[in-house]
Design a protein around this ligand. Structure first.
Ligand code: C5P
Length: 287
């Protein structure tokens, strides 16, 4: 067997805005979200093998839940869809906190679909890949897109977003998982009207202004379930040169937006000093 391997990065997904615009009869919520990616994430490496094996390492590997890993689910569904044997040796290096609102599992699943498509030399039509991704999780299609995207429906309606300017993020997570279904259930406010970003912001300040005019509608229910989210937002806002502080997805990860790397690194140090138990990660916003 040849010793080639395929490595695909699984960057953190960040909901820069998240409006809940309605609810489907099956209970899933309709969203209008500006999704972008950060230059930090997990890594998926796939090598040829006779059967499917998964090895997980990395700083957050120990917090993965029991049961079938989403990477294995993605591999199984892709092999079934393509009619190829389910055979690969996969290494998942986990750096992102689990159940954190930054799509760790969804990013891993999308990276697995990409890595195994290359390893197995299969080329499913993009529409088929998106359907497969959606069957794994609502955020997997946008992670497959991997670039700034307007996400609507429950995650299946994707439109390229205007280009984002150079900017840095500081991601902050209390290392307490927050369950996505419980946050959606705790949401009681009226539905929002869709409000997409229509122009490319000229710089990080203009981006912050555009984002400030929109919201993450899941913030209040997340704070009601986990008051630490409110504390993190206050601590991020208090950092010098912070342009905007917001929660991503259904939480608990929050992020600060900064104009440049130096400002982000100073804020990250300040946040780590404020609360040494928090996971704090400065990373560029991928435009
Ligand atoms: O598909 P995913 O596993 O990411 O979603 C987890 C849960 O979050 C769903 O079972 C549902 O309760 C809730 N959810 C929702 N509306 C969405 C996405 C997720 O209600 N658009």
């Amino acid at each position: 067997m040849t010793d080639h391997f395929v490595t695909v990065e699984a960057p953190a997904k960040v909901n820069l805005t998240l409006l809940v615009t309605g609810k489907r009869p099956d209970g899933y919520h309709l969203l209008d979200s500006l999704v972008a990616f950060a230059g930090i994430g997990d890594t998926v490496t796939a090598r040829p093998a006779d059967s499917l094996t998964l090895h997980v390492d990395g700083p957050t590997a120990a917090s993965l839940p029991e049961g079938e890993n989403i990477v294995v689910k993605a591999a199984r569904l892709l092999a079934e869809a393509a009619g190829v044997p389910l055979a690969a040796d996969i290494r998942l290096t986990k750096r992102l906190p689990v159940a954190a609102g930054i799509g760790g599992g969804s990013a891993d699943a999308a990276a697995t679909l990409i890595a195994l498509s290359r390893l197995w030399q299969i080329d499913l039509p993009p529409e088929r890949m998106r359907t497969l991704a959606l069957s794994i999780g609502a955020d997997v299609p946008v992670c497959l897109a991997g670039r700034p995207t307007r996400m609507e429906g429950v995650g299946e309606v994707l439109t390229p977003a205007p280009a984002l300017p150079p900017a840095w993020l500081v991601l902050v997570n209390p290392l307490v998982p927050l369950s996505t279904p419980s946050v959606f259930k705790a949401r009681t406010a009226d539905f929002s009207t869709p409000d997409p970003l229509t122009h490319a912001p000229a710089d990080a300040h203009a981006l912050a202004q555009a984002l400030a005019a929109r919201r993450n509608d899941l913030t209040a229910p997340a704070i009601a379930l986990l008051p630490l989210v409110g504390e993190m937002l206050a601590a991020i806002t208090a950092q010098p040169a912070c342009l905007l502080a917001r929660m991503s997805g259904s939480g608990a990860t929050c992020f600060g937006l900064f104009a440049d790397e130096a400002a982000a690194r100073v804020a990250a140090q300040g946040l780590s000093a404020h609360q040494p138990g928090w996971w704090v990660a400065p990373a560029p916003l991928l435009g």
